[in-house]
Design a protein around this ligand. Structure first.
Ligand SMILES: [Zn+2]
Length: 1128
């Protein structure tokens, strides 16, 4: 007995098995040579060396049988072992030795070729090995000599197929006219020799793995031939079980259309129309259904790229950047001449990206542990003392109206202005906000100030907050009030007052009649706040839901079921658009840049000229179907994903299909149960002011659109959904996720400030800085007011650790704002835990790091078209003021010994479920990267896991298993990593909340609503009790239960892409036909091995029966009679 690798396999067992059912030809004569006692480690090698040294035919065949037996019964591991021991090389040598003779013995060659095919498709280097052994062209010659013999030809073809896994081998065969040889073996439909024909088609497909071979095939005009072959085989495939050959032909077409020339040939030869026709037949037959997906993918791939119907890919909104000569680059990027490169290039790029995931982990211990030098001189830090009012005796001590105590930082005057709509406060320079704008503009170049002044002027002249937008709602308002509502902030004081009071009373009546009490929301306050918000287009209208408010839906909303094959069907319908143009309207019905556009009376009406709105264009495609194009981020031509728009003039109970055609993310939770949200004005006026998850037939897939002028290679994705409106002539709003505007934040903070008991809660809203567009970025301090003004109490307050929470750096992640809202409301509440937290900590919140992006409906960036969460290393004070000053505040806290105990930046996640944290750990990063650095001596406080561990118990939406603590190079400039590394905050996190829902816990299978998001914000606060040092006084053990400190029982797993880990769920994107799998090849080979031998018998070798060695399992109808029909 000799051991077999590490798999505990022994020869004895197999030989016993073989003896039990010994094939007839397994003679006594050959047995001794096999059971001869070689050294225990080299049994296989002995066998292989015997094989290469060309013994007599019979023992060679016996060796092949044993090898085949080993292979067939073996695991992948065993096969791999055989390959490492030189099995492929031995077989190749045997093949060359046998095949070279003038009249090769096919009784030997057939099993040899069969075994080579089986081993070969498991050996990644088989092509190279074959070339080295001189076997590639030899096999091609054997094929040519034996095309009359179906079994021999099939065996040669399989071997050619596996050899072609190497590009150079495939090219070698192609250069030697192998393509023609193989192509001629593919006949029109026949019932004979199906396995050999399939082998020929598969070999042909395999040879097309190289560009040279594809070019050669296209230039020879084979594309037309392949299409005719497919048409023919397809027509008769059902009756005759030839579906597999159709599959293989599709695979050939897929390979050919990797090249531009191939796609052109495919299209010009009517490939799309042909496949469209055959696919419709497929849909009627269950047997043919498997052909639908590859056909649809092929059509999609070959559809000519259609530029988006835009004059420019640049955003409709541009903003003059301070210090830059032009607001935007003068021209769009030139169309990329090489853009029509083959798609395989794309795939390769994607592959290498994935392979690089681990390389993204930071393995440089110095970079992980050493603090970089501060990005600014120390002298710049004292300005931030104003953002620490809790350290000021006067601020803290005054219980009543604390905001009056500091004109510089208080917002009360400004907010009074908000409520009154008072003209004098709308000049843009009122005291409340001016403090910080001077502080930030001190370093501004002149250009910035000028731009701001201009913007302010424009905004404040035109700023009218008019409640009402869509025609139908406007009517409703008129019915209620007799006149369109309007509030102005223009110069004409008298008129303004009159309008205001009239408007005010109308609003009062409307709200009185229809309004619902929405906690922490005051419509009039919202309107006043919106009047102060500065937008690039100078929005003068409010979206109704933002004004009126939203109540969380009663109950839960389950994830939408995904209809089987919905994606296939949608893509098919897209193809249809190009082939059957009857009923295609293609009329622009909304254009953000053309307000004069006339919309047909029977069309839906669209509008997005309000805060966070970002629909750029709507095209009516068919009677009930609309293509929607989103506006790119300001000053940019990309990042589209978020949407928010108004739709009206609908007919009730009709399914309308919407296609958002320029999404950019490669996958979306819309494929996994997520629905967009809809708000109906009619429903709201009837007492149901809810954003509801809505839509059926939801699907997210790659489409055939490309940028209007930019790189053709850019891929867009379609989000399609169907909505059936409940009411005729309603005004509805549709959004990617529950909107939360900047004006909502400012109004909300005001309501909160008014709601707290100033004797207990210290709540101070200040301005961190002004944004590029001149919007104040709020910073809030919350803590418990000291019990007395005595030294001891005041001292306790000053020693409270700081917790810094930020959010909404990415405007498209509105869920982050709802979580932040939950946090703010909880911290201001009378809940005993909130009270404990306020007594334990000073909270500093910057709820919206990117107000300008939020206001202008961008998805990712701010006005400088930068992702602000990549700017933390060295934030520019002019271009990224909010990041610059947030970091400044953190530096300041650091400099006075008040480094935050916890930092958390709230985000939203479009591609994962649940809520989870990303943290930072040196050890875990090194472990995960497989770094050679010895971590045994490395000390690291495992306390970064306490909060996630606690949240896992407290927060139903939270998933500990989704968290990770890896530090990536590509994220070295994010808030989380910079605050951890530069400020030394151990517990520095990104909190990601799903846009969709949960797949664990009590919310499993449900989509999250604003209620769940807000709850998460509260639970996050709860979890902070787990990091309080003074456990006794807080009684936090009782409040949050026992916290297990032995937390290192989970390891970080996934790495992530962007802020988001790659979606683990599979999606039907494959542009390619699925590759043939090894089991199919095995089964084909086995069938060939056991097939009747008639044709070979005729060749004169019939008397020596070939032993099938028990390898045959799948029997296929024997190939009889004439061989291949004459070559085509
Ligand atoms: Zn984000």
């Amino acid at each position: 007995m000799f051991g077999y690798g590490r798999s505990n396999f022994t020869w004895n067992g197999t030989l016993r098995e073989l003896e039990g059912r010994r094939p007839p030809c397994f003679t006594e004569r050959s047995r001794p040579s096999m059971t001869a006692p070689p050294s225990s480690s080299s049994g296989l090698e002995v066998l292989l060396s015997t094989l290469q040294n060309a013994g007599d035919v019979e023992s060679t065949i016996n060796i092949l049988n044993v090898l085949d037996e080993l292979l067939s019964a073996g695991t992948d591991r065993r096969i791999h072992y055989m390959i490492t021991k030189g099995c492929s090389e031995a077989l190749l040598t045997a093949l060359v030795n046998t095949g070279r003779s003038f009249s090769p013995n096919f009784h030997l060659l057939l099993p040899l070729l069969h075994l080579l095919a089986k081993i070969g498709h498991r050996d990644r280097r088989i092509g190279v090995k074959a070339e080295d052994a001189g076997a590639a062209l030899l096999t091609l010659n054997l094929l040519r000599q034996n095309i009359k013999y179906a079994r021999r030809a099939a065996a040669c073809l399989w071997v050619i197929q596996v050899f072609s896994s190497s590009v150079s081998t495939a090219n070698l065969i192609g250069e030697n006219h192998g393509l023609e040889t193989v192509y001629r073996l593919i006949p029109h439909f026949t019932t004979k020799h199906l396995h050999a024909i399939k082998a020929a088609v598969d070999a042909f497909a395999a040879l097309l793995c190289t560009k040279a071979n594809v070019c050669s095939v296209v230039s020879k005009g084979y594309v037309a031939g392949l299409l005719r072959l497919y048409e023919d085989w397809h027509a008769k495939a059902v009756q005759h079980g030839a579906v597999a050959i159709c599959h293989s032909l599709l695979r050939c077409l897929h390979k050919v259309t990797h090249s531009t020339a191939g796609r052109q040939a495919f299209v010009s030869q009517g490939g799309i129309r042909l496949l469209y026709g055959t696919t419709q037949t497929c849909l009627l037959s269950k047997d043919l259904e498997s052909l639908v997906e590859p056909s649809v993918q092929l059509m999609r791939k070959c559809l000519t790229k259609t530029p988006l119907p835009l004059t420019s890919d640049r955003s409709a909104y541009s903003f003059p950047m301070p210090g830059r000569a032009h607001a935007v680059p003068a021209m769009d990027a030139e169309p990329d001449e090489n853009s029509e490169e083959t798609e395989e290039d794309d795939n390769e790029a994607e592959d290498s990206k994935e392979a690089d995931f681990d390389e993204d982990l930071e393995t440089d211990l110095h970079k992980l542990r050493l603090r970089p030098d501060p990005d600014r001189p120390k002298e710049l830090l004292p300005q931030y003392s104003r953002l620490c009012p809790e350290l000021s005796h006067e601020e803290l001590g005054l219980c009543s109206e604390p905001e009056k105590s500091s004109a510089a930082s208080s917002t009360s005057d400004g907010d009074a202005a908000l409520l009154n709509g008072s003209q004098s406060h709308l000049s843009g320079t009122d005291g409340g906000w001016s403090d910080s704008s001077t502080s930030s503009s001190a370093s501004d170049p002149m250009g910035h100030t000028a731009a701001l002044a201009q913007l302010e002027a424009r905004d404040f002249h035109s700023h009218r907050s008019i409640l009402s937008t869509g025609p139908s709602f406007r009517t409703k308002v008129r019915e209620a009030s007799g006149e369109a509502p309007c509030v102005q902030s223009g110069e004409d004081q008298d008129e303004e007052d009159a309008d205001e009071s009239h408007h005010g009373s109308m609003i009062d009546r409307l709200l009185e009649k229809h309004g619902v009490c929405i906690p922490h929301h005051e419509p009039k306050l919202y309107r006043a706040a919106a009047a102060r918000t500065k937008s690039i287009p100078g929005f003068s209208l409010l979206a109704f839901p933002d004004f009126w408010g939203h109540l969380p839906t009663p109950g839960h909303e389950p994830m939408a079921p995904r209809k089987p094959n919905v994606q296939r069907q949608k893509v098919f319908e897209d193809v249809q658009r190009f082939l059957i143009t009857d009923g295609i309207i293609n009329q622009v019905v909304f254009d953000l840049e053309d307000s004069s556009l006339q919309c047909p009376s029977d069309s839906l009406r669209f509008f997005s000229g309000f805060e966070c709105g970002n629909l750029r264009k709507a095209v009516r495609v068919r009677r009930w179907e609309y293509d929607l194009i989103l506006n790119a981020d300001v000053n940019s031509s990309q990042h589209t994903q978020w949407f928010y728009f108004e739709v009206s003039n609908m007919v009730a109970e009709v399914p309308y299909r919407f296609n958002v055609i320029n999404c950019e993310k490669s996958n979306s939770q819309f494929n996994y149960g997520m629905q967009p949200v809809l708000y109906s004005v009619t429903e709201a006026l009837e007492g149901r002011p809810h954003w509801l998850r809505t839509g059926t037939e939801i699907c997210y897939f790659r489409n055939h659109f490309c940028p209007a002028r930019g790189r053709r290679k850019t891929t867009f994705y379609t989000l399609t959904f169907t909505i059936t409106f409940k009411h005729n002539e309603d005004v509805c709003y549709l959004a990617y996720h529950y909107p939360y505007t900047y004006s909502a934040l400012t109004a909300h903070l005001k309501v909160l400030q008014n709601s707290v008991d100033p004797a207990k809660v210290f709540f101070q809203q200040q301005v961190l800085c002004c944004t590029l567009a001149g919007n104040p970025c709020p910073a809030v301090t919350i803590t418990a007011r000291p019990a007395s003004r005595g030294w001891k109490d005041m001292h306790q307050v000053r020693n409270r650790p700081c917790i810094v929470l930020t959010g909404r750096v990415h405007p498209g992640e509105s869920n982050a704002s709802w979580v932040m809202k939950g946090t703010l409301e909880f911290l201001c509440s009378s809940d005993p835990v909130a009270q404990s937290l306020r007594e334990a900590f000073v909270f500093k919140l910057i709820p919206m790091l990117n107000p300008d992006g939020v206001v202008n409906g961008t998805n990712r960036c701010d006005l400088s078209s930068e992702d602000l969460n990549r700017q933390w290393s060295k934030p520019d004070p002019v271009l990224c003021p909010t990041i610059y000053h947030t970091k400044g505040l953190l530096y300041y806290l650091n400099s006075i010994g008040r480094t935050p105990l916890v930092f958390c930046d709230y985000h939203g996640h479009s591609r994962k479920k649940n809520v989870f944290l990303y943290g930072c750990s040196v050890k875990e990063t090194l472990w995960q990267s497989g770094s050679a650095v010895n971590t045994v001596g490395l000390k690291e406080d495992p306390g970064y896991r306490t909060i996630p561990k606690t949240l896992d118990r407290l927060a139903p939406a939270f998933s500990f298993n989704s968290c990770n603590y890896l530090v990536e190079k590509s994220r070295s400039a994010t808030a989380r990593v910079v605050v951890w590394r530069e400020m030394g905050v151990l517990r520095s996190y990104t909190m990601e909340s799903t846009h969709n829902g949960c797949d664990q816990g009590i919310y499993k299978g449900l989509q999250t609503g604003t209620k769940e998001l807000q709850e998460m914000g509260g639970k996050f606060c709860h979890s902070l009790l787990s990091v309080t040092k003074d456990v006794k006084s807080l009684d936090s053990q009782r409040l949050i239960g026992h916290i297990d400190n032995d937390v290192l029982d989970h390891k970080s797993h996934n790495c992530f892409e962007d802020d988001e880990p790659p979606c683990v769920e599979q999606i039907e994107y494959s542009a390619d036909c699925p590759a043939p799998n090894g089991a199919d090849l095995d089964s084909d080979v086995n069938a060939n091995a056991t097939a009747a031998d008639e044709e070979e018998d005729n060749d004169g070798h019939g008397e020596a029966k070939v032993c099938s060695g028990g390898v045959g399992r799948a029997l296929q109808s024997s190939a009889r009679g004439r061989l291949f029909p004459p070559a085509m």
